[in-house]
Design a protein around this ligand. Structure first.
Ligand code: NAP
Length: 313
């Protein structure tokens, strides 16, 4: 007899919604998270596009989901994944601390992490001026000068968030058009944030702490130095799938490394589902993560009731 009907890997919005729907569907559910619960949503300063909640702090929204899941009897534990056995009716999850849990169905909702910029000394300067989370580290740069790299929603949100804290904010984008939603793009263009178009950061210059960045204009090739105390990297994400290196059977991945599923969130492995940002999809939002989570839990419930679906992948 497995320890749980359903184990959910990841306690972000996708994982927590899976857990809520699974528990409400009568399953015993364990959520395993290797960091703090809430995922990337918990690092978002303001969420304005989650329907029904017009303006909420991402941390508060994520923790409301966590408490909601717990109120339905979901167990939540912390630990790094060491090994997964996915083939067969009983799935096994081994944690680095030696604890092992078994289940009949598994939902992978491990999300995605920040992509690195690729500067030579980037990781050495993480925490010494370079950051990947404006809401976590923004207050360290009160009344200072910072730059944000990227042109997506995260970069624009970060720039607008930092504008309220820092003395001066640059937004450095490699093209002359932002990728962010129009409403956010318009907002940043109307703000005091100075946008350096067609530009990339080629060097971080530091002694102990970041002091300057070298910026290259990709159209003219000209190089310039900008004095900054902080550099916030917001150039997209990569899926958290490293743990798949230690599985007996691998879910199929897309060409960009995200887990391939069908519309029911089924992977190519029976009883294994994926939901949220770790899944190949066109729109990564809190609301789409939650929707994935609900569908994945529903598919897990059907699977456990014996409707063993034939996966399309
Ligand atoms: P993203 O949408 O993939 O944007 C990444 C940005 O970084 C792009 O502008 C890209 O430039 C740039 N970039 C990529 N690699 C680069 C490099 N090596 N050097 C310089 N620039 C580079 O990523 P994201 O902003 O993290 O957002 C991820 C997902 O979450 C998206 O689906 C986004 O809509 C969603 N999100 C939504 C909200 C919200 O709705 N409230 C908030 C945050 C994130 P190009 O444009 O030239 O490709």
């Amino acid at each position: 007899m497995p320890d749980f009907d359903l184990i959910v890997l990841g306690a972000g919005p996708a994982g927590l919604t899976s857990a809520i729907y699974g528990a409400r569907g009568g399953l015993s559910v364990l959520v395993l998270e290797n960091k703090a619960p809430g995922g990337q949503a918990a690092q978002t300063s303001v969420v304005e596009n989650y329907p029904g909640v017009p303006d909420v702090n991402g941390f508060d929204l994520a923790f409301t989901m966590l408490n909601q899941a717990k109120s339905f009897g979901v167990k939540v534990k912390t630990g790094a994944l060491q090994n997964l056995t996915l083939d067969g009716d009983e799935k096994k999850v081994l944690l680095a601390n030696g604890k092992e849990f078994t289940c009949s169905a598994l939902i992978v909702a491990t999300g995605a992490k920040s992509r690195l910029l690729g500067l030579e000394n980037e990781l050495d300067l993480a925490g010494k001026g370079i950051s990947y989370c404006a809401t976590c580290d923004g207050m360290f740069f009160k009344d200072k000068t910072v730059a944000v790299v990227g042109g997506g929603n995260t970069a624009v949100e970060d720039a607008l968030y930092l504008e309220k804290i820092a003395k001066k904010v640059y937004l450095i984008h490699r093209r002359n058009e932002l990728r962010a939603d129009k409403i956010m793009s318009d907002r940043v263009k109307e703000s005091t944030v100075e946008i350096l178009w067609d530009s990339v950061v080629t060097q971080a210059i530091a002694d102990e702490q970041l002091a300057e960045i070298e910026v290259k204009n990709v159209k003219t090739g000209s190089l310039s130095r900008v004095s900054v105390d902080g550099l916030f990297v917001a150039v997209g994400q990569t899926p958290n799938t490293d743990f798949l290196g230690a599985t007996d059977k691998k879910p199929n991945l897309s060409t960009t490394g995200y887990i391939a599923t069908d519309e029911e969130m089924r992977t190519n492995i029976d009883g294994v589902f994926a939901a949220g940002d770790v899944r190949e999809k066109s729109l990564r939002q809190i609301v789409t993560a939650c929707a994935d989570g609900a569908v994945a839990a529903n598919s897990a419930i059907k699977y456990l009731q014996g409707f063993h679906p034939v996966s399309t992948k």
